[in-house]
Design a protein around this ligand. Structure first.
Ligand code: C2E
Ligand code: MG
Ligand code: MG
Length: 653
């Protein structure tokens, strides 16, 4: 063996030993890597270990790991190491281009040896970089995952077959671990997506629940509050009253229930319009709310009616004090559209337990007290059982009266007036009666005040006017010179349409205006003298006569008496009935006759029950008389017979 040969062999052995050691290192690295990555589940950790080991295995300047995106349309460089790797990791690349795309399409590794297989055109495209890149596919158990790419051999040169083999083996060893990590990551992402979906769903459900709760609350609020004033309505008031009663029961305390309505509210509505009416109601609600405590309830019952519950009130005196405070606050003039408006109210108080232990009864009694306050013009009134006797049936009666007017349950009786000068019947007064289905024949004192309070007086007066004028028209057609007198109330006179109503009735019945007399009390005129004067003026203009009824009982209206264009006064029967035995009465009647005559008015005496009184009146110069002595009021159907056989007779036209 030559020394050179020996030398060669030695070198060769050293070379082979080197190769062997290299192989041993590679195998150790492969094994260690596959052990390491198989226990790692985080994809990024797995990939960065893989990249780092791959770089050592093939001696690359840079290693990049493209992983097929879930969309399967592109790669993403998920990991890498070495030169420039940090800048590339995170970028993505379409599957249709580059070496990555080639590997995906062919499911084969790329290295420069591949070039010989390519078509000329493709080869030209890749040739200059082919040797500097090696890219082996990562194929898992189920799918193609991506690849491991080595770029630029350290120290120059090209990747060789050996690099390809070792990297291919390496790829096949780590592919399952990578597939697991990808799977793990996808599952984690899916879980996270699910979780965020759940959170989103939960959030939406919560929001919707909240919205529903708000809507529900809104509905509840609407159901329990008055829309105009936003204070509690009747339903809520009832509830609060009941609660207050329960609490008071336990603590042995009192509760005050107050009911209040506005005087002449209808008038505000009629003359200033509904909008103004609404503003007044809102202002009143605000004033009530501002006067009472937080724990008190202020409610609107409808229309111009309000109610208040004051729990834990000490006694009647403190209830009255509270009522006075309310009146002071509410009755302060209100400025509306530049006008000062006086707000008058009537307030009724009922106390638990003094006036009732049950909410319904208390409501009823506060209502009764309110009407007492209205009647007495006292502002407020405490419930009084004595007053209540008359009002128990009030509510029922109101509905029945409306029905009665509409269904002709009303009747007219006629009472004659005898003229002293001619000794004949000069006219008849129409007096209304109500044939009530249960109570029988009812007299005006029992239902006219109710009609006046509730506004039913308007349709009632229309009914009476029409019936009386129909009768009067018939007398005239029969040639009888008889007037008919119809009683009217204050609210008729204040109704701006009233003269029109009278005119219509006159036309409809064919009765001449000069045969109609309207009787109104002094008190009714004095409620609104200016309005009364204007209305009487209009009626006079139409040719209708006005008489002041019950003269002498109202407070003296001497100043107005001159201004009023009335034609007659009717001296109240309370002075007349006993004037033959009571000298005071006789003196009063005498002066009233004198007064009337001095004013140029005709004087009638009502309540003439005896011949003595008749004689006395005749001596005093009274113009005519009406009373039981001549006749009680006569039912309509008996009137014709009575007229025919009466001792006085009727003047003919
Ligand atoms: P008034 O207008 O003063 O009518 C006279 C009342 O005295 C009538 O009572 C009549 O029956 C009664 N009367 C007549 N002669 C005598 C007598 O000699 N002695 C006594 N003690 N009383 C006598 P009535 O019919 O019960 O009417 C009561 C009041 O009701 C009337 O008083 C009038 O103010 C009112 N009224 C009657 N009808 C109507 C109506 O249609 N509309 C209105 N608004 N009020 C009416
Ligand atoms: Mg009368
Ligand atoms: Mg009278």
């Amino acid at each position: 063996m030559s020394p050179t040969r020996k030398q060669d062999d030695k070198q060769r052995i050293e070379f082979l030993e080197g190769e062997l050691r290299k192989r041993e290192t590679e195998i150790a690295l492969l094994k260690e890597t596959s052990d390491t990555v198989s226990s790692e589940l985080q994809l990024d950790s797995v990939l960065s270990i893989v990249a780092e080991r791959a770089q050592r295995l093939v001696d690359a300047e840079t290693v990049l790991i493209p992983i097929l995106d879930q969309s399967l349309s592109q790669y993403i460089y998920r990991a890498g190491c070495g030169k420039n790797a940090a800048e590339i990791v995170g970028e993505s690349l379409s599957l249709s281009i580059g070496i990555c795309g080639w590997v995906f399409r062919h499911k084969r590794p790329w290295w420069h040896g591949v070039l010989s297989e390519l078509e000329v055109e493709e080869r030209n495209q890749w040739e200059h970089e082919a040797g500097t890149v090696i890219l082996v596919p990562l194929i898992g158990k189920r799918s193609f995952l991506g690849g491991i790419a080595g770029i630029n051999k350290t120290g120059g040169g090209e990747f060789d077959k050996n690099d390809l083999d070792i990297l291919t083996m390496f790829a096949s060893q780590v592919a399952i671990a990578i597939e697991n990590a990808i799977f793990f990551e996808e599952r984690k992402q899916a879980e996270e997506a699910l979780q965020s979906l759940n959170q989103e769903l939960e959030h939406r459900v919560n929001t919707r629940t909240k919205e529903l709760a708000i809507a529900n609350e809104e509905l509840m609020h609407q159901a329990l509050h008055d829309a105009l004033t936003d204070i509690p309505n009747r339903t809520l008031l009832h509830d609060r009253l009941q609660q207050a009663i329960h609490a008071a029961q336990r603590e042995r305390q009192s509760v005050a229930l107050m009911m209040m309505d506005l005087d002449r509210f209808k008038e505000i509505n009629d003359t200033m319009g509904h909008h103004s009416g609404d503003l007044v109601l809102q202002a009143v609600a605000a004033r009530l709310r501002g006067t009472l405590r937080q724990s008190d309830t202020v409610a609107r019952l409808g229309g111009d009616e309000f109610a208040m519950v004051l729990p834990g009130i000490g006694n009647q005196d403190s209830a009255i004090q509270a009522a006075q405070k309310i009146l002071n606050a509410v009755q302060t003039p209100l400025v509306l559209e530049g006008r000062h408006l006086d707000i008058g109210v009537s307030l009724g108080i009922a106390l638990y337990p003094d006036h009732g232990e049950e909410s319904g009864l208390l409501m009823q009694r506060a209502d009764v007290a309110m009407y007492a306050a209205k009647r007495n013009k006292s502002g407020y009134a405490l419930y009084d059982a004595e007053v209540d006797r008359y009002s128990v049936d009030r509510l029922a009666l109101q509905g029945e009266l409306r029905h009665g007017i509409e269904h002709d349950e009303l009747l007219l009786y006629y009472q004659p007036k005898i003229d002293f000068h001619s000794g004949r019947i000069s006219g008849l007064e129409a007096l209304v009666r109500w044939q009530h289905p249960r109570h029988g024949l009812m007299f005006p004192d029992d239902f006219i005040p109710l009609a006046e309070r509730t506004g039913l007086i308007k349709p009632l007066t229309v009914w009476v006017l029409q019936a009386a004028l129909r009768r009067c028209g018939a007398w005239q057609r029969d040639g009888l010179a008889l007037t008919v007198a119809v009683n009217i109330s204050a609210s008729n006179l204040q109704d701006p349409h009233f003269p029109e109503v009278v005119a219509t009735a006159l036309t409809a019945t064919g009765a001449g205006a000069s045969w109609l007399e309207l009787e109104i009390t002094e008190t009714a005129i004095m409620k609104e003298p200016a309005v009364a004067i204007a209305a009487i003026g209009k009626l006079n203009h139409m040719g209708v006569l006005l008489a002041i009824d019950d003269f002498g009982t109202g407070y003296s209206s001497m100043a107005y008496l001159k201004k009023l264009l009335v034609a007659k006064i009717k001296i109240d029967k309370s002075f007349v009935m006993d004037m033959h035995t009571n000298n005071n009465d006789a003196v009063i009647v005498r002066s009233l006759i004198g007064l009337g005559h001095n004013l140029g008015l005709s004087v009638v005496a009502e309540g003439v029950e005896s011949a003595e009184v008749w004689d006395q009146l005749k001596v005093l110069g009274c113009d005519s008389a009406q009373g039981y002595s001549m006749s009680h009021p006569i039912p309509s159907e008996q009137l014709d017979d009575w007229l025919k056989q009466s001792p006085w007779g009727v003047k003919h036209k």
